[in-house]
Design a protein around this ligand. Structure first.
Ligand SMILES: [Fe+2]
Ligand SMILES: [Fe+2]
Length: 152
């Protein structure tokens, strides 16, 4: 099912999808697609996994996953050195941007902050953090490969 037809999913992330700053992620390239679509892909896959495995925390998992890359730095406009540093620092930036607009639980904060593990020193604290970290890795690779095929 496409996330756009999944009303239960949309209800959970409705306020995030209608936030103007979040919508502006459509303008940032990310893994060959845009950051808005990447955040939704990670969130929807995490949501489906959490529902399937009966996580009581499925709403937190879904919301933290959509916010995990909520940072407004354009990788196309910065040097390679800065890009490498952003790889390590963007979870903290995403957490700060998310806090500006949304009230986060401790679990949501940890999911956002540790999603780049093993990059960075923060180890995921909860099974939900490991889940989003893993789904982000898998989908990042998938998105990149698909974008290469699309270009050709
Ligand atoms: Fe990230
Ligand atoms: Fe990501």
């Amino acid at each position: 099912m496409n996330y756009k037809e999944d009303n239960k999913y949309l209800e959970i992330v409705d306020d995030i999808l209608s936030n103007d700053e979040f919508k502006s992620l459509k303008n940032y390239k990310h893994h060959g697609i845009n950051r808005y679509d990447h955040c939704i892909n990670v969130s929807y896959a995490s949501y489906k996994h959490a529902i399937k495995h009966k996580y009581k925390t499925y709403k937190e998992v879904t919301r933290a996953a959509i916010l995990h890359d909520f940072f407004l730095i354009n990788n196309q406009e910065i040097s390679i050195i800065k890009r490498i540093s952003v790889l390590f620092t963007h979870p903290r930036t995403a957490l700060e941007t998310s806090r500006k607009y949304f009230k986060l639980t401790k679990l949501e904060e940890n999911i956002i902050l540790t999603h780049m593990f093993p990059l960075g020193i923060r180890i995921p604290k909860y099974k939900e953090s490991w889940l989003v970290c893993w789904i982000d890795d898998v989908l990042s690779i998938k998105e990149r490969i698909l974008s290469i095929f699309k270009k050709n």
